[in-house]
Design a protein around this ligand. Structure first.
Ligand SMILES: Nc1nc2c(ncn2[C@@H]2O[C@H](COP(=O)(O)OP(=O)(O)OP(=O)(O)O)[C@@H](O)[C@H]2O)c(=O)[nH]1
Ligand SMILES: [Mg+2]
Length: 196
C-alpha cells in the first residue's frame, strides 16, 4: 500500500514586514506568491490545502481547499499546523510556507526517505546552515502534542519538535531553494534574479 502524503501551505500570517499585504497573494513575476509554492509542491504530494486567515475566497479561487486557524488569534505558524493536523486524512503531512517560492523538486521524497531511514516522527528541512522550522514532514499523530504545547502558551516550533524523534534533512546542495520573501525588497530581489 502506498503512503498518502498531503501538503498544507501556511498563508495565515499577518505579513507585517510586507506592510500587512497578504503575502501569499502578493504578485511575484505576475503570479501570486503562493502559486509559485503550489507549482513546486503539487507534483510531490497528493492533496494540497491552503491555510489562510484572510482573503479565503481569493485563495479558494486557486482551486484548493482553504482552512482557517481554529484559534483566530494569529498565534503563529503552529496554529495553522495544528488545524491542518486535525483535519488531515493523510499518512504524512508536509508543511510549507507561502513565502518560500523556490522549494526543491525533491523536497518531499528526500524528507520522506530520511524519516523512514531514521524511524523518525518528523523531518525538518535545512539549507545546510539553518533549520527551516516551517518546512516539516510529520505524522498526524503529533497533533495532541502540538495542541498541548500551544495550550501551554508556547509558540516556538523548534522547541516543540525538539520533544520528538526528528531528523534534519539537509538541502545544502541547493541553499537558495529556501529563500524566504518577507519584505517588498526581498520580493524585488528575487524577481530580479528570476528575470536573469
Ligand atoms: N496559520 C498561520 N500561519 C502563520 C501565522 N503566523 C505566521 N504564519 C505563517 O508562517 C510562515 C512564516 O511566517 P513569517 O514569515 O515568520 O511571519 P508572517 O506573519 O507571515 O510575517 P511577519 O508579520 O512579517 O513576521 C508563513 O507561511 C506565514 O503565513 C499564524 O498566526 N497562523
Ligand atoms: Mg517568512
Amino acid at each position: 500500500m502506498s503512503v498518502q502524503i498531503d501538503a498544507v501551505i501556511l498563508a495565515g500570517g499577518m505579513a507585517r514586514r510586507m506592510g500587512g499585504n497578504d503575502k501569499g497573494l502578493v504578485l511575484l513575476n505576475g503570479q501570486p506568491m503562493i502559486q509559485h509554492v503550489i507549482d513546486k509542491i503539487a507534483p510531490q504530494v497528493g492533496n494540497i490545502t491552503i491555510n489562510a486567515n484572510r482573503h479565503q475566497q481569493q485563495y479558494a479561487e486557486l482551486g484548493y481547499d482553504v482552512i482557517s486557524d481554529q484559534d483566530s488569534g494569529y498565534l503563529g505558524p503552529l496554529a495553522g499546523m495544528v488545524t491542518a493536523l486535525t483535519q488531515t486524512h493523510a499518512d504524512l503531512l508536509m508543511v510549507v510556507p507561502c513565502d518560500c517560492p523556490m522549494l526543491p523538486k525533491e523536497l518531499v521524497s528526500r524528507m520522506h526517505q530520511e524519516l523512514l531511514a531514521n524511524d523518525a516522527e518528523l523531518a525538518v528541512a535545512s539549507d545546510g546552515k539553518r533549520e527551516q522550522p516551517v518546512v516539516l514532514l510529520m505524522k498526524p499523530s503529533l497533533h495532541q502534542s502540538m495542541k498541548a504545547f500551544l495550550d501551554d502558551g508556547q509558540r516556538k516550533i523548534d522547541m516543540w519538535y525538539a520533544q520528538h524523534r526528528y531528523v534534519v534533512t539537509s538541502f545544502e546542495d541547493q541553499p537558495n531553494a529556501f529563500v524566504n520573501v518577507n519584505t517588498p525588497e526581498q520580493k524585488q530581489q528575487l524577481a530580479n534574479t528570476l528575470a536573469k
